[in-house]
Ligand binder design. Structure first.
Ligand SMILES: [Zn+2]
Ligand SMILES: [Zn+2]
Length: 270
């Protein structure tokens, strides 16, 4: 971690047609990545174990994807293909998740909470039905349990994913109401030497004051490891809004971003 290098940051949260919710061919991303001048390209397609407790995984054919990445690597030697995954956490499937992570040679493990307790945090209906505050208390509590109980990940993705859904219903709510529990989540990340993601897709739903608030809180608690990622499901969103949010990261006092190769963290000066 001693060397800090300067280069164009690549997007470290990207979905392709291997994910259930994307139809985007991989190759179309590559011309954009090369044009942007990045050195690496990483896909992080979805693997949500036992989604909504219905007994099935929302997953993808990892071996087929890796074969495609290897053949694209030959066609595009100027950019280094990395292998990533976005793990949707499930407390009663930890063993299976860990087995899957270690079966393949991943460069990056993104960790997310998309659902728990029968609640899909993307859907506004459940927030309305159960009440925003009730759902958000469960949401942040489950994230805290996740980062406490699970170690085998590199980056915590979109901490404010569920909050964004609540905000769509009631724009008067502020994330500062949940500062206590968010501080505990961030402190656990820092203690475990994990990385915090600023997800630009989620930020686009929220005011700049929200983004500044979470960046400042993470900084104040002693956070240093941070990524900026688009969560692109379509090529047009690749590295989306990096120009808008990178200055906010700098303003909050961060002087570098991090990226992962073979699950080792590297620093990138900003
Ligand atoms: Zn996600
Ligand atoms: Zn994602």
């Amino acid at each position: 971690m001693a060397i800090i290098i300067t280069m164009v940051i690549h997007d470290q949260h990207v979905h392709s047609y291997y994910s259930f919710d994307s139809e985007q061919p991989i190759e179309e991303y590559l011309s954009l990545a090369i044009e942007a001048g990045v050195s690496y390209f990483v896909l992080t397609d979805h693997y949500d174990a036992n989604y909504l407790d219905k007994g099935e995984d929302l997953s993808f054919d990892v071996e087929r994807q890796h074969r495609e990445l290897e053949s694209l690597q030959k066609k595009y030697p100027s950019i280094k293909m990395l292998k990533g995954i976005e793990v949707g956490y499930k407390p009663n499937r930890i063993k299976e998740i860990v087995n899957k992570i270690h079966k393949y040679d991943f460069d990056l493990i993104n960790l997310s909470l998309h659902e728990s307790d029968g609640i899909d945090y993307f859907l506004v209906d459940t927030f309305i039905e159960l009440g925003i505050d009730t759902v958000l208390n469960i949401y942040f509590q489950r994230i805290l349990e996740m980062v406490n109980d699970f170690d085998d990940f590199d980056v915590l993705c979109h901490l404010d994913y569920g909050f964004k859904t609540a905000y769509r219903i009631d724009p008067s709510i502020s994330i500062s109401k949940y500062e206590d529990i968010i501080s505990k989540i961030m402190t656990t990340l820092i203690k475990k030497d994990k990385t915090f993601e600023l997800n630009t897709k989620v930020q686009e739903y929220l005011p700049l004051s929200h983004t500044k608030y979470i960046l400042n809180l993470y900084k104040r608690l002693g956070g240093t490891n941070i990524t900026i990622s688009s969560d692109a499901h379509k090529k047009d969103r690749y590295r989306s809004s990096f120009d808008k949010y990178l200055p906010l990261i700098k303003e909050a006092g961060f002087d570098h971003l991090v990226y992962f190769v073979k699950r080792k963290r590297h620093k990138l000066k900003i």
